[in-house]
Design a binder for this molecule. Structure first.
Ligand SMILES: *Cc1c(COP(=O)(O)O)cnc(C)c1O
Length: 484
């Protein structure tokens, strides 16, 4: 059979309607050059500014009106090189320590390219994308001490994963009827618990669910920023006495401010005794179970009912790769599965399969996030990934120790994981903000700031697998020079 000529479009009409390139060879060359440039960008990222402000020409570049006519690919890629590469977030840089951002990996980049090339819709049906996602679910169940029957779902990030977990917990508390009837008044007001250090997305999940953030109790913490069990018990008892209905407690494995890990084992005990859903926000920390040196910090996570985690933070899978793991897959499905004529299953063909990802969350069309996660874990191995995480904790302790020896600095929170918060002697809030922003603008380093015990502190979240001890030394030097 003659092969179709792929180098040039054969039919004039098709050339106009198909969106494929007319000249595959030219496209191939342009794409290869872009791949090389992206690899160069990653390989040399440490020599470039961690961040730099965009010039007005770049902002202006993205304000033109909707183009009707095509441009050559080399021309468009030229814009990418000139206007996109230099003004990225900066989180690939070894001295990017502001906020908890993953640094990505080259293999993850290749995976994204392949995933886009295959352009699978991973909402459901019987194809390999669904199997790869199930593989990740089984790996996470294994790593976190969940049963093999647990269910898992890729979502954008932990904000979404935490929200979905809350919806599962709500549906289990009130029964599936709540999906149709809404919250109503039946059985008392639902209330949930999390620590005062929890991420704001937990309160937002309460808002989105319709339960309302006023029904989220902010439980006090100890000096190390961990949820106080005494305060949790007291809050639950008080709510029960008032006729409220406790349904959920959210423990945090790695708080966003200081990296504190709540006493998960004790929370599990209380949740079991109170018969309430125990969810762990493990956005930052849950993957730490892959590091033998860190695993004990998360003891008790295996007793939770669900875990939210981000492969795109400490796991360095390219954005976005949030994940929800639920112990009871039936409960997970009860919250989301929809009977729809166009989603009917069959015993064979592409419509086969019992549970599809669209039964486990609100997304129907979804990309192949599992591939970049699978390729990253397959290529690096869990041990190396765990060691990279443990190393960032060592670097955080090293930074805290170096700053601690200098009388100009004051460590403001215990370093439980990889986050260091410090004050500067005699400096007010404005000074700290200006210092941090000046550092951003020099492009030398990107820390951020946060509030610890009501006072502003410089915050360094050391997440990056590229950060070395020498980088930390140079950061201390940069800081010292700025302070004069
Ligand atoms: C980052 C973070 C979140 C939110 O996760 P996204 O992936 O940004 O949506 C939630 N909780 C904690 C503790 C976080 O650090």
């Amino acid at each position: 059979m003659p092969q179709p000529d792929v180098s040039t479009g054969s039919d004039a009409l098709e050339r106009k309607t198909s969106l494929d390139p007319a000249d595959w060879q030219a496209f191939r060359q342009a794409a290869h050059r872009m791949l090389d440039d992206t690899i160069d960008h990653i390989a040399n990222v440490g020599q470039k500014p961690a961040w730099q402000p965009m010039p007005p020409e770049t902002r202006a570049k993205f304000t033109r009106s909707l183009p009707l006519d095509p441009r050559a690919i080399d021309d468009v890629l030229g814009d990418v090189r000139e206007h996109i590469f230099p003004y990225a977030t900066g989180n690939l840089h070894p001295l990017f320590m502001g906020w908890v951002h993953g640094a990505g990996t080259p293999v993850g980049m290749v995976a994204e390219m392949v995933a886009a090339g295959l352009n699978m819709n991973c909402g459901g049906r019987d194809h390999v994308g669904i199997e790869v996602e199930k593989q990740i679910t089984r790996w996470m169940a294994e790593a976190l001490g969940y049963p093999r029957s647990a269910s898992g779902l890729f979502v954008t990030g932990s904000s979404m994963a935490n929200f979905l977990a809350l919806i599962v917990a709500r549906t289990e508390a009130l029964g599936e009827g709540v999906r149709r009837d809404g919250l109503g008044e039946a059985g008392g007001q639902l209330v949930a618990y999390t620590s005062s250090q929890a991420h704001v997305c937990i309160a937002q999940a309460m808002e989105l669910s319709g339960i309302g953030s006023a029904n989220l109790r902010s439980v006090g913490v100890d000096e190390a920023g961990r949820m106080s069990m005494q305060a949790l018990r007291a809050a639950i008892a008080k709510d029960r006495a008032r006729g409220f209905r406790p349904f959920l407690v959210v423990g945090t494995a790695g708080t966003v401010n200081t990296g504190a890990v709540d006493p998960l084992e004790e929370i599990a005990g209380i949740a079991e005794a109170e018969k309430i859903w125990f969810h762990v926000d493990g956005a930052i920390g849950a993957l730490g179970v892959l590091a033998p040196a860190l695993k004990n910090l998360f003891a008790g996570i295996e007793r939770s009912a669900s875990v939210a985690l981000d492969f795109h933070k400490w796991g360095h899978v390219p954005y976005d790769a949030g994940f929800l793991l639920v112990r009871d897959s039936d409960a997970h499905k009860r919250a989301f599965a929809q009977p729809a004529a166009y989603l009917q299953r069959s015993g064979r063909g592409l419509a086969a399969g019992d549970t599809w990802p669209c039964d486990l969350g609100p997304d129907l069309s979804r990309g192949f996030r599992a591939l970049k996660t699978w390729m990253t874990i397959e290529m690096l191995g869990a041990e190396r990934m765990g060691n990279a995480m443990a190393h960032t904790c060592e670097l955080a302790r090293y930074l805290a120790a170096r700053l601690g020896r200098d009388p100009r600095f004051e460590i403001r929170a215990p370093v439980a994981l990889n986050i260091v918060c410090f004050g500067i002697g005699g400096a007010n809030d404005d000074f700290i903000r200006e210092l941090v922003l000046d550092l951003h603008e020099t492009g030398l380093a990107v820390p951020s700031w946060t509030t610890v015990d009501g006072e502003l502190a410089v915050r360094c979240a050391i997440v990056n697998h590229r950060t070395t001890k020498a980088d930390i030394d140079s950061f201390v030097t940069i800081l010292s020079e700025r302070l004069g």
